[in-house]
Design a protein around this ligand. Structure first.
Ligand code: ZN
Length: 288
């Protein structure tokens, strides 16, 4: 049967892209130091200088666990925030799961790559009375120690996108597992600490039956960020992001790994191959 959602199989792991909402953000910061004359050739830009940003949370069905990576913008935005972030499509994570015959209660593990609102906004939901509850009530949520420290005590810059309401109800040692560095989640799924975008940013590698996929989170927001120097202004440590992309992308391309995207509006994943272009890699196939 055809999947109702974009999907990809990596050995024994099935990957689905869920509908975490679409916003529009100023294209300038999304391409950091890159002049508009260059980035506007790669992506459609409106009169408002904004570009479309998807927030496609991933569902991984592994033999032993149902895992959600990142959680979209959530349902807690105020009317003012809706306007500010130009929400084009609402958050429909539970509805996406329902399309697969699943519910939020089926999710065993949630892995936010980091704590920015566009990744952590769906961890906590509001009911119709505005009362908050954990979206995935049974799940173990896994976050890096360095990231959680910032959530608990945000600096002025982080406070703009680490919103306390996105973490209400998460309790260390109960539904929240704090890790420090690399961590094997299931035999197929491994978390690794990257830093770069934020101090405790983590990425996820999936290996099964000789196939590999990697979710680099906001180290690589879209296919338009493959060039190591095309970093975003929201990166806290851009030199680290550049070094990570220079090291990791050719390595994954050597193994023809699938690169999974969260923010791209055109493709969900690309199968990487080494290339002589300035990016150093290109895609031999894509999932749209
Ligand atoms: Zn993001």
């Amino acid at each position: 049967m055809d999947s109702p959602l974009p999907s990809l199989k990596i050995g024994e792991v099935e990957i689905f892209w869920l509908d975490g909402g679409q916003i529009r953000l100023d294209g300038g910061p999304m391409f950091g130091p890159v002049p508009k004359v260059l980035w506007s050739k790669q992506v459609e830009v409106g009169d408002d200088n904004c570009i479309a940003i998807d927030n496609s949370a991933l569902l991984l069905l592994t033999p032993s666990a149902k895992i959600v990576i990142d959680s979209g913008i959530g349902n807690k935005l105020t009317a003012k925030q809706d306007e500010h972030f130009r929400v084009q499509k609402p958050w429909r994570l539970p509805e996406s799961l329902a399309q697969l015959g699943l519910s939020v209660n089926d999710i065993d593990i949630v892995i936010p790559t980091h704590a920015d609102f566009d990744h952590a906004g769906g961890l906590v939901s509001y009911d119709s009375a505005g009362k908050s509850f954990l979206t995935f009530p049974r799940a173990r949520h896994i976050l890096q120690k360095k990231e959680w420290e910032v959530v608990k005590n945000p600096d002025r810059r982080s406070a703009a996108s680490y919103w306390p309401e996105n973490f209400v109800g998460l309790v260390e040692g109960e539904n929240l597992e704090i890790i420090d560095g690399d961590y094997q989640v299931t035999p197929e799924v491994k978390i690794f600490l990257t830093g770069g975008h934020t101090i405790g940013h983590q990425a996820i590698e999936i290996v099964s039956k000789g196939e590999t996929a990697v979710h680099l989170g906001d180290l690589l927001p879209s296919k338009n960020h493959l060039h190591p120097l095309w970093v975003i202004a929201y990166d806290d440590y851009p030199m680290e992001v550049i070094a990570l992309k220079e090291r990791l992308l050719p390595e994954y391309a050597k193994h023809n790994a699938w690169i999974l995207f969260y923010h791209d509006t055109e493709i969900r994943a690309g199968r990487a191959i080494l290339s002589n272009n300035p990016e150093g890699i290109s895609f031999s196939e894509t999932i749209i």
